[in-house]
Design a protein around this ligand. Structure first.
Ligand code: HEC
Ligand SMILES: [Cu+2]
Length: 412
């Protein structure tokens, strides 16, 4: 074994022990959660976590040593009686050259100990390793105030360019994914704590990162660079699927928006009615949180209780109320590109950039009061209200909103 390999080997063994020691902290909820970097689910996040532990333990040992010497000196030389308090200080020397050189040497060793794995991690996380490049799947993430667009250059649609989705990045599990990072406006930063991060999305600059989810799973992402009023709620999700499910997903997403046959008999069916939303009300339920991947799977199928007449009315209103000018719905009337693509809106688990669970109630809440959910969002400013004067320019009745909700939910 080469010396650098055995060095790495001993670091790994040490790290596994430290990892085991930190499990109680994690399971105790102290360092867990959706966006915890302590729960790495892929090689890039794992290498970043390893590096964190190396630094933590080197600096931790230094802290303990310094604190111990300080405590020793404080206790040993403290005044013990009246006479001590008035005694002359002991003779003051310049110091011991051996001790001083020794301390300088120890600091250098400590820094090298941190620097070697740091450089290794920087190179490793910069791009997909050469020996895995042929397995790489590529996507482009574009930051908008305050949501994410995802483009799939490998999934071209005849006459429509690459597949485009928003706010939920679906990737194949077990494969390296190279994410090209772009922005349409200000600087954003792409961060999926359990998989990799974070790298800035900078205007006129082509950044990238790579990540991999070892197993199928559902992960939280977050913009990590302050980008304006609703920065804190500029989120997204990453859904990793096995190869077959991923192929099925891309095949469905490449299809035009789903069209529902209208039947006259459905006209009398009831509309959803919701009222009394609170500002900052929680956006998702514990049930969803407990099993988001299952929930995602359910969302891929049309609901049995669909109301075709209501859906048809929603589709008409989508044009009449000018939603179509900001949102693309491929194959239907939506042609806008300033808002998220809604071609398969009904198959997503979240609304408003990962902020609300995609339920009938939340969709209703978002479409009727977008500014309560996300202050300053560009659907409210410019869509519902005049950008210059702030005057309301779009009014929706609760009937309109229920029809729009039914339409968007039908887009699987
Ligand atoms: C002025 C452009 C504009 C208009 C008009 C507009 N939207 Fe939006 N819409 C946006 C933007 C921008 C977002 C992203 C907001 C955010 O998350 O910050 C958005 C988000 C959404 C979302 C959430 C999408 C997701 O994946 O998170 C839905 C659903 C939606 N709009 C529906 C509608 C409907 C229905 C109408 C018509 C009543 C409409 N929009 C009108 C710009 C617009
Ligand atoms: Cu941002």
């Amino acid at each position: 074994m080469s010396s650098s390999a055995s060095f790495r080997h001993s670091i790994r063994r040490g790290l596994s022990a430290l990892f085991a020691a930190s499990i109680p902290l994690y399971t105790g909820g102290w360092i867990g959660g959706h966006q915890s970097t302590f729960d790495a689910k892929g090689p890039v996040a794992a290498s970043q976590l390893d590096l964190f532990y190396v630094t933590l333990w080197v600096t931790g040992i230094i802290f303990v040593l310094v604190a111990a010497v300080l405590a020793y000196a404080t206790l040993k030389f403290k005044a013990r009686n009246e006479a001590d308090e008035h005694a002359e200080p002991p003779p003051q020397g310049h110091g011991n050259p051996l001790v001083e050189l020794g301390l300088i040497g120890a600091s250098v060793v400590a820094l090298v100990f941190i620097a070697v794995p740091t450089l290794e991690a920087i190179w490793y996380t910069y791009d997909v390793p050469d020996d895995r490049r042929d397995q790489t799947y590529e996507v482009t993430a574009v930051g908008y105030q305050w949501w994410f667009k995802f483009e799939y250059p490998n999934e071209q649609i005849d006459g429509a360019g690459p597949l485009v989705t928003a706010n939920e990045l679906v990737i194949p599990a077990g494969r390296p994914v190279r994410v090209n990072l772009r922005t349409i406006d200000v600087i954003h930063s792409f961060w999926v704590p359990k998989l990799a991060g974070k790298v800035d999305m900078i205007p006129n600059r082509g950044n990238h990162l790579w990540l991999q989810a070892d197993e199928p799973g559902y992960f939280w992402g977050q913009c990590a660079e302050f980008c304006g009023q609703s920065h804190a709620v500029m989120r997204f999700r990453v859904i990793a699927l096995n190869e077959a499910d991923f192929a099925a997903w891309t095949a469905n997403q490449k299809k035009d928006a789903r069209a529902v046959e209208t039947t006259a008999s459905a006209d009398a069916a009831p509309r959803a009615q919701f009222a009394g939303f609170r500002v900052n009300e929680a956006g998702w339920s514990p049930e969803f949180d407990a099993n988001p991947l299952d929930n995602w799977v359910q969302k891929q199928f049309p609901e049995k209780s669909e109301n075709p007449a209501l859906i048809a009315e929603g589709r008409r209103l989508f044009v009449e109320k000018a939603c179509a000018g900001c949102h693309n719905i491929r194959g239907h009337e939506g042609v806008g590109i300033t808002g998220p693509d809604l071609t398969h809106m009904g198959s997503r688990t979240t609304i408003a950039a990962g902020l609300l669970e995609n339920t009938t109630r939340n969709l209703y809440r978002w479409i009727s009061e977008p500014h309560h959910v996300k202050p300053g969002n560009k659907m409210w400013v410019g869509g519902y209200t005049d950008r210059e004067t702030g005057n309301r320019i779009l009014e929706l009745t609760s009937e309109d909103v229920s029809a729009l909700v039914a339409y968007l939910e039908s887009l699987k």
